[in-house]
Design a protein around this ligand. Structure first.
Ligand SMILES: Cc1cc2nc3c(=O)[nH]c(=O)nc-3n(C[C@H](O)[C@H](O)[C@H](O)COP(=O)(O)O)c2cc1C
Length: 213
């Protein structure tokens, strides 16, 4: 049994990645973590080149991920909330699962997954997007966690005065930017525990699969 953890954030070592790794940390079977940061993954171009063999013909970094996706028994996918939806990089990654849809979804259907969303306010829209994605691909979502990341407006230098920024929008005008107000996963131990619990749940399901085979 193998679990593939994927962070769809374009940033390494940030909130999506940390939450995905938190889920993976309680999984006892083999795990592999992949960050999509700096990977070149374009959208599905609807060329139908994958119809006969379930292999996408677009040549970019998705090609090297395909084998890992097919080989995994379960997925932990985490991504950031951009404009109240999943970020573009992860969306491109998801679109390219179209290659697995033909001839009864060979490659991913019947597998299980955990959805992880983070956002300056929250990761709720991301979790919704991932759940729909899993459903379309006949991947069972065994659980989801949404946590608060940190909007760049807390570090850009203009956060306190910018009227269109996340500090004003999410936390209200007059909010000071300091250590106390800046969100952090460390301030959400319950979310980190929720993530670890999802790892245990996924693990238990995989143990069941292993025993049945
Ligand atoms: C282009 C862009 C749009 C964003 N839009 C939203 C948003 O609509 N809602 C929200 O809660 N956070 C939003 N954020 C904040 C990110 O979700 C937040 O910084 C998150 O921690 C990023 O994930 P990461 O830390 O894993 O990179 C946005 C960030 C960027 C860069």
């Amino acid at each position: 049994m193998k679990v593939l953890g994927i962070s769809g954030s374009p940033r390494r070592d940030e909130n999506s990645e940390r939450m995905v790794k938190e889920v993976l940390s309680t999984i006892t079977c083999e795990t592999e973590f992949i960050s999509l940061a700096r990977k070149k993954i374009g959208p599905c171009i609807s060329c139908l080149g994958c119809i006969e063999d379930n292999i996408c013909k677009v040549k970019d970094d998705m090609s090297e991920l395909r084998q890992k996706i097919v080989a995994a028994d379960a997925y932990v996918i985490g991504a950031p909330n951009y404009y109240s939806m999943i970020n573009g990089l992860t969306h491109c990654f998801m679109e390219r699962f179209y290659q697995f849809r033909h001839q009864e979804g060979k490659g991913v259907s019947g597998k299980i997954a955990v959805a992880v969303g983070v956002g300056g306010r929250n990761g709720d829209p991301v979790v919704d997007n991932l759940k729909t994605f899993f459903q379309y691909n006949q991947i069972e979502c065994v659980g989801a966690v949404s946590a608060q990341g940190v909007a760049n407006c807390f570090i850009c230098g203009y956060g306190e005065t910018c009227k269109v920024g996340a500090v004003h929008m999410f936390f209200g005008p007059g909010t000071k930017v300091n250590e106390e107000t800046t969100p952090s996963l460390d301030k959400q131990p319950e979310k980190l525990e929720e993530a670890r619990e999802l790892g245990r749940k996924l693990d238990a399901r995989l143990q069941g699969f292993a025993a049945a085979t």
